[in-house]
Design a protein around this ligand. Structure first.
Ligand code: ATP
Ligand code: SF4
Ligand code: MG
Length: 373
């Protein structure tokens, strides 16, 4: 595994694009059809259209009936290209994990379509769904909670193969050792239990388990959020190495804008169940056009004392997804809101190839980046 520069705690200021952090990022791997937004000419590995999840809230002493709906994800559309990392960011409760679970078919969508490698997988069941699960895996935030403490590491990492069937005991032992090697752990430690490893090592075990079935697509749901900064950098580097070696595509879900910037090719920003901006990371971090990501970036501490902020900070609480505001869901927190924002839902529309924004006034929200000198 190649050593890479550690992560910076914050996104670099404007003009910082091309900084040491980004110079340390691997160039696009040769031979992979890396898509940049809608400019791609090859079909994406994953495409979701109008993905929606409303969780019903039921109540009633004798007969339960639906009394409300949590609108966790509403009409979300995006693509992930082969070998690409799409970052997914947004405040807590905005629907990131629900989106990841929907894509993996771990929960059923209320509406929408999921296409994987050109095939509509939204309604797959039984053996066909099990086959799909080989290709799509997840790495969770809590490396300890995700691992059964009573199982050995060998049992944990080969469990997905056991579920799929058709693997002999000897194959599994060999496979467990190969996976340990791939994630940078001593193969001899396969007989140990999760409590005998550090947090970072446990996340490596979680990653080994996720790649056991040789998937093509992995959802990383806050996969480094619980780790110390230095360990975060090692795990991010491991994910990038594995992406190059195995040709993986990632949906990388995280709160930390710096980590997302480091690992992602493109970034999608979510607010209260909707996507509000999708762009390549350079555009998103230096010239965001939606007031929400502008405010999110303005909230990131800037190390340089001479840098001052020209964009508004985020104020107020995220409204409840039980009763989201009409029109633009961001309008109660947006300093640019006008009457139309309170009644009409802004569509996610292309401002430029690969740059989509859901704001009625996206054409005039440009100007200096969030932390201009
Ligand atoms: N099974 C469920 N039943 C009812 N509501 C749910 C369920 N799962 C999630 N929700 C709600 O859906 C909304 C989106 O949740 P989700 O976990 O996707 O958010 P998130 O962006 O991943 O948040 P975080 O950053 O805190 O992990 C939240 O309001 C959450 O309470
Ligand atoms: S549509 Fe209106 S309320 Fe929503 S982000 Fe744009 S200006 Fe703000
Ligand atoms: Mg989550």
């Amino acid at each position: 595994m190649s050593a890479r520069a550690p992560l910076s705690p914050n996104p670099s200021p404007p003009g910082g694009e091309g900084s040491a952090l980004d110079a340390a990022s691997p160039p696009p791997a040769g031979g992979r059809d890396r898509e940049r937004g809608s400019t791609a000419t090859t079909p994406p590995l994953l495409e979701v259209r109008g993905l929606t999840k409303h969780f019903p809230i039921r109540a009633g002493a004798i007969v339960e009936r639906e009394v409300a709906r949590v609108r966790a994800v509403d009409d979300v559309s995006f693509t992930v290209a082969r070998g690409e990392t799409l970052g997914l960011v947004g405040e807590s409760g905005c629907g990131k994990s629900t989106t990841g679970r929907l894509v993996l078919r771990l929960i059923e969508p209320t509406a929408g379509t999921i296409l994987f490698d050109g095939e509509d997988v939204t309604g797959l069941e039984g053996a066909a769904l099990r086959r799909l699960r080989r290709s799509m895996q997840i790495v969770f935030q809590d490396p300890y909670g995700a691992l059964n403490p009573r199982m050995t590491v060998e049992e944990i990492v080969v469990e997905p193969l056991v579920v799929q069937g058709g693997t002999t005991r000897a194959d599994m032992g060999r496979e467990a050792r190969r996976l340990m090697d791939l994630v940078g752990l001593p193969a001899a430690h396969v007989t140990r239990h999760p409590h005998e490893f550090s947090g970072g090592q446990r996340q490596r075990i979680g990653i080994a388990r996720a790649i056991a079935c040789r998937p093509r697509f992995v959802v990383c749901d806050e996969a480094v959020s619980a780790l110390d900064v230095s360990v975060q950098a090692q795990i991010v580097n491991l994910l990038q190495d594995l992406q190059k070696e195995l040709g993986l595509s990632y949906l990388f879900i995280a709160h930390d804008l710096a980590v997302v910037r480091h690992i992602s090719d493109r970034v999608a920003v979510m607010y209260l169940g909707n996507l509000v901006e999708v762009a390549d990371k350079r555009t998103l971090y230096t010239a965001p056009r939606h007031p929400y990501p502008q405010a999110l970036l303005a909230a990131v501490p800037v190390a340089h004392p001479r840098l001052r902020r020209t964009r508004p900070r985020l104020t107020g609480e995220v409204p409840s997804p039980l009763d989201p505001p009409p029109g633009c869901r961001f309008h109660r927190r947006c300093s640019l809101a006008e009457d139309v924002c309170r009644t009409e839902v802004p569509a996610l529309r292309d401002l430029a190839p690969g740059h989509a924004v859901a704001c009625h006034f996206a054409e005039r929200t440009g100007g200096p980046p969030p932390a201009a000198a």
